[in-house]
Design a protein. Sequence first.
Length: 355
Amino acid sequence: MPLIALCAGDGIGPEVAAQAVRVLDLIDAKHKIGFEYVEAPVGGCAYDLYGTPLPAESLEKAKKADAVFLGAVGGPKWEKLDYSVRPERGLLGLRSEMDLYANIRPAKMFAPLVDASTLKREVVEGIDLVVIRELTGDVYFGKPRGVEKYEGGKRGVNTMVYTTPEIERIAHVAFEIARKRRKKVCSVDKANVLECTELWREVVTEIHKEYQDVELSHMYVDNAAMQLIRNPKQFDVMLTGNIFGDILSDEASMLTGSIGMLPSASLNGKKGMYEPIHGSAPDIAGKGIANPIASILSMAMMMEYTFDNGPVAREIENAVAAVLEKGFRTADIYSAGTSKVSTTEMGDLILKELK
Ligand code: NAD
């Protein structure tokens, strides 16, 4: 039986997670898959119950499961806590303990929302790209690091490090995903000035020899940031290290409009954690107005990447597209002439399409 660990989290986390689970329940009944769920509290809610944002029991459940779904964690209630027990530490702990090295963030434009973007219609219409970001290496983890006394003042140090195996495994992920898409990978680096990314380029080029059906290009990160705004439709799969991907994936996500629309996956092989890219949105928590679509699309990614079920993933995406096409919107994507619906109503509408 496929086992899913559920970490609904804090703020709007449980509200959007509830709708995503309803969708998965319907998929389960329709296709007779037999999902089993296990609750694994992570974040502020876990701190309140157990005094830690990542209880050992939750971690164990997450590790045992085939896939993890996480709503969102954090909020003002826990902001004064020591850094080591903040809700966000629970999420980071989960990612590193599960060695989720491949972060996948699609940025796809749903046609009815084309005017919600801050960019011109002709630039964003039809965007369908995915950023594959390495998640467990780079300057965020490299040593030495820290702030030290230096020549009468101080100096701050972080170290950009990548090993060949780390680059190889993320390159394989990017090429495999490209094979199922438009077969184009653009690898992002700064090989003209950073030796670490010179190695990145060398290794990606080497791995590409195994994927001759996929087109590979290389781009310096500063140019990539510019090209994403100038002509985002040129990209299919963007492959990046941790820090470049951190920045570029946020840039890419905003091309398509609201943060409430965007799903993500963090993978290690078939195992993965799926989550909307937004946070716990304390400003709207409890009001029943959060957009559940990012969470529902995260379940679609789970079907695709962990359960190898592309057709069901498309079914979910098409149901979302159909509801948007009919003019239904949560408050964050509402515009004049459309019908405003609540979190649960959006869930109801998507379920109706799926039926
Ligand atoms: P946020 O993403 O929670 O909210 C930013 C803005 O977007 C808010 O105005 C919010 O109302 C809106 N928004 C977010 N998701 C929405 C949705 N589904 N529907 C409609 N509107 C939505 O970011 P923030 O305000 O910077 O952070 C709030 C808390 O969330 C903080 O504690 C932060 O640390 C945490 N956080 C958690 C995650 C995570 O769990 N993965 C990610 C980012 C931030």
